[in-house]
Design a protein. Structure first.
Length: 303
């Protein structure tokens, strides 16, 4: 059919907007601020720039939106604050996750590129990053403190643990400084006309990038459970912990439930349950699995 001649059926026309005023005056969960910002590492930051819900009924927190959407599936029920808390905790315990997706946070973050590479693996966020094709990278490079130059861990091939001796740590920091000197050459060559998109290849991954990162609460909790964990790289832990500090005052009940049922909880495998039940050693020949069980037993006070 020729679209130009299509006429709208009267029944398809939208009705007028019906505006419903809130029962109580709304409260801005960010207290009217433009942003909340926590400095991270030497030049980085995590800044909360917006969230949903931003306005909540007086006396409520952002957890209100979790409860509101959950009640679609559980019915109206009663609306006491204590029961809201019980509902949020029930949802978290039973991994009924979609109500937590109704809350969103938008952050502006500045972090070294090697941190950004780990962060971007979390695919459920919406991200818009600074373009080093379009703009010159600012002169900001991460240099850890001497104490933060870690020795390669023997138990964890992916990690570092105790600090290096001061002399070797200083050698490493001098190497980073040398890499930073490439910045002047980068600027010089872009001034001679080398395209920014190729010139940036000369910069080390300690250079800082920035992005806006928006994600719902369910997936932020997933991100935080992985990146606040001691197994995550120290530098990304710093950002994750700063982010969590900003969530807590806005969704305190959800955060408490997250800590109780996820962050500080423990998963037991079938073999582990069997070992507890029988009082026998874990039925595995895998040394790593056996070591993980020993760590869990210590936490449970069974060792
Ligand atoms: C300590 C640590 C070490 C790591 N080491 C490495 C490493 O050596 N090499 C490496 O490459 N990565 C590594 N990673 C990254 C890791 O493998 C994950 O890519 C990253 O943690 C993101 O996790 P995710 O996929 O669960 O998160 P998200 O991408 O945020 O996804 C959240 C959840 O959504 C679902 N989901 C999202 N997208 C899809 C999809 N396309 N298909 C199916 N389900 C989907 C999954 O259930 C997923 O758990 C490491 C991560 C950590 C924390």
């Amino acid at each position: 059919m020729n679209q130009a001649h299509a006429t709208e059926h009267p029944a398809a026309a939208p009705a007028a907007i019906r505006v419903v005023q809130p029962e109580a005056p709304p409260r801005d969960v960010m207290g009217g601020a433009a942003r909340w910002e926590i400095p991270c590492l030497d030049h980085g930051f995590v800044a909360l720039v917006d969230c949903m819900p931003r306005l909540v009924p007086e006396g409520k927190t952002g957890d209100f939106a979790v409860v509101q959407s959950a009640r679609v599936s559980y019915g109206q029920g009663t609306k006491q604050v204590s029961e809201d808390r019980g509902l949020v905790r029930y949802l978290m315990r039973h991994r009924h996750s979609t109500p937590f997706e109704m809350v969103e946070f938008k952050f502006h973050i500045a972090m070294p590129i090697f941190v950004a590479r780990q962060w971007i693996r979390h695919r459920t966020a919406n991200v818009n990053e600074y373009s080093a094709r379009y703009s010159i990278m600012p002169d900001r490079f991460y240099r850890p403190s001497v104490d933060a130059v870690r020795k390669q861990s023997k138990s964890n091939r992916q990690g570092g643990d105790e600090p290096m001796d001061a002399g070797t740590a200083e050698d490493f920091l001098r190497l980073l400084e040398k890499a930073e000197h490439l910045y002047q050459d980068y600027i010089g060559l872009t001034e001679k006309g080398v395209a920014r998109e190729i010139a940036r290849a000369a910069l080390p991954v300690s250079v800082y990038t920035e992005w806006y990162w928006k994600c719902d609460l369910h997936n932020i909790f997933h991100f935080l459970s992985l990146r606040m964990d001691p197994h995550a790289q120290l530098e990304i832990q710093v950002f994750a912990k700063a982010m969590y500090e900003m969530l807590k005052p806005i969704v305190p009940v959800s955060c408490e439930a997250f800590e109780d049922y996820r962050l500080e909880s423990m998963h037991l495998t079938r073999l582990e349950i069997e070992a507890v039940r029988s009082g026998k050693p874990l039925a595995t020949e895998n040394r790593r699995e056996a070591a993980e069980w020993e760590a869990k037993k210590a936490r449970l006070g069974l060792a």
